[in-house]
Design a protein around this ligand. Structure first.
Ligand code: 5AD
Ligand code: SF4
Length: 487
């Protein structure tokens, strides 16, 4: 059947929803990576194919989308060529991330030529940022759906099946998808993400997320506990609590007035079972409290790992970034971690070449990386994003060549520190949660220790993914530890 393309139907006719102008785009504390998809097939049913880009939150959202689509008879497939619906869950955090998505769309063009009935939908932060421009600029796009509008997918898909091009990019102050039980995609059956909050109110000047993901809102703790308990009962042994800024999680019970903050939530999840590990990401240095650190210390199953993005080591640059802390504040948080959690590993995000950054200020970033002894960092050069505070206020005046050179210096230093950090583990014995076969050999298992370091070690009979085992580290690279099961 040939589907006719009609004028877009706009649900989004309010340009200042939520009191903030919807302009740009997304993030979260991880590098760009790509997911390409799981299988399960209902004969005769419709199939969708989904690719996710960007942060862990996007991957988690794709699992919510899969659950919503399951209700209307769509099952996931790995095979885009045979699917009825191709979805691309997009990221706008940096220009490069957007370029990657645009390139990927080109690959779907040939599929659509061969099977004109195939629908193509753009989800996530680029949907929110570019809105109806998608329908104007990309002929193959049938659906544009922002991060808070996934419940509307069945309706939008229904209309798209009738040949209409549909868009819903409304942001919400309430949506947390708390009642939706995510369908786990590409799961190893051992580790899972649980989204505990959405949006961000921080307004870091470089960041597009507050515009693409809207205002901060926290999910009710009981639905989080139910999801974590259900995962544990189904064999999962590790949950990562996700949010743009987990430390500002807050929930008030409307009936009892009970207040739950992030430290309380961590404790509640840790109490589900000592065999369920708890991780979280991402923390903001301005509101990571000692109470969180103390609760981490009290429970062995709360992993001793904190992703605490510093972004820059210079107080003037931090001020321009609107991070609302300065270097001494950040150092104080690291000192608190060292004191309360002496075994903890800390990782970071770093931006090289932010507006007006001088050579000396860049040196401050190098020195804080050294001082904080980060186990690893996600490192980027500054990429101006339309609509952000920095784009409006400051000139993007560090030349690209300088940004790249500074980034290289940062990467070189961090790689050396990661190697040193890992080498310091040689001879130590860690409890490791086995996640599966190592990527290089089916004779080896891989799993992480509490500090989030991946350890590869030879298999032993009787052990399987999901088991905990003690592993002694024998060797290390900057990325991985190599070990043997402790006898
Ligand atoms: N340019 C470069 N890096 C950015 N990040 C966020 N916005 C930008 C930008 N405009 C980085 C920050 C953040 C991480 C998820 O992405 O370091 O912590
Ligand atoms: Fe972006 Fe800052 Fe919010 Fe993180 S805390 S999502 S960097 S605005």
């Amino acid at each position: 059947m040939r589907r006719k393309l009609t004028t877009p139907i706009m649900y989004d006719n309010n340009p200042t929803l939520d009191g903030i102008k919807q302009i740009d785009e997304s993030r979260q504390g991880t590098a760009l990576y790509k997911e390409q998809w799981a299988d399960s097939f209902a004969p005769g049913g419709k199939q969708f194919y989904i690719e996710s880009y960007g942060c862990q939150m996007n991957f988690s959202d794709s699992e919510i989308v899969a659950s919503i689509l399951a209700e209307v008879g769509y099952t996931p497939t790995r095979n885009a060529e045979q699917s009825d619906l191709i979805l691309i869950n997009t990221c706008s955090i940096r220009e490069k991330a957007e370029e990657t998505v645009r390139k990927r769309l080109r690959a779907f063009e040939s599929i659509k030529q061969e099977r004109p009935g195939t629908m193509v939908g753009v989800l996530g932060c680029m949907a929110e940022r570019l809105k109806k421009k998608w329908l104007e600029e990309e002929k193959l796009v049938d659906l544009v759906v922002g991060p808070d509008a996934y419940r509307d997918l069945p309706k939008l898909i229904g209309a798209a099946e009738d040949g209409q091009r549909m868009i819903n990019v409304l942001l919400s102050r309430e949506e947390t998808y708390s009642d939706i039980n995510p369908v786990r995609l590409e799961s190893n059956g051992i580790t899972a993400f649980i989204s505990i909050m959405r949006g961000c109110d921080n307004m870091c000047s470089f960041c597009v997320v507050p515009f693409t993901r809207g205002r901060e809102r926290s999910r009710d703790p009981f639905s989080i506990l139910a999801e974590a308990t259900n995962l544990f009962e189904n064999g999962y042994r590790e949950v990562t609590l996700l949010g743009q800024n987990v430390d500002s999680y807050k929930w008030d019970n409307p009936e009892t007035g009970q207040h739950v903050d992030f430290a309380d939530l961590l404790e509640m999840v840790a109490q589900i079972n000592p065999l369920l590990r708890v991780r979280f990401s991402t923390s903001h240095p301005k509101d990571m409290t000692d109470k969180v650190l103390q609760n981490m210390a009290r429970y062995d199953n709360i992993c001793k790992y904190i992703h605490l993005p510093v972004q820059s080591g210079n107080s003037r640059v931090l001020e321009l970034m609107n991070r609302t802390y300065d270097r001494p504040w950040y150092e104080n948080r690291i000192e608190a971690i060292r004191q309360i959690l002496p075994d903890a590993a800390v990782s970071s995000d770093i931006i090289a070449g932010f507006c007006s950054e001088t050579e000396e200020e860049h040196q401050d970033t190098l020195s804080i990386i050294e001082w904080a002894n980060f186990s690893m960092s996600y490192m980027f050069y500054y990429s101006e994003r339309p609509g952000t505070l920095a784009a409006k206020r400051y000139a993007d005046d560090v030349p690209l060549e300088v940004k790249k050179r500074r980034l290289n210096e940062i990467i070189r230093l961090q790689t050396a520190i990661s190697l040193r950090h890992n080498q310091a583990d040689i001879g130590k014995t860690f409890e490791v949660l086995i996640e599966g076969d190592s990527r290089k050999s089916d004779q080896d298992f891989c799993g992480r220790n509490s500090q989030n370091k991946m350890i590869v070690f030879p298999k032993k009979e009787g052990l399987k993914p999901g088991d905990y085992t003690m592993v002694t580290v024998k060797d290390a690279t900057s990325a991985t530890l190599l070990g043997d099961i402790a006898s």
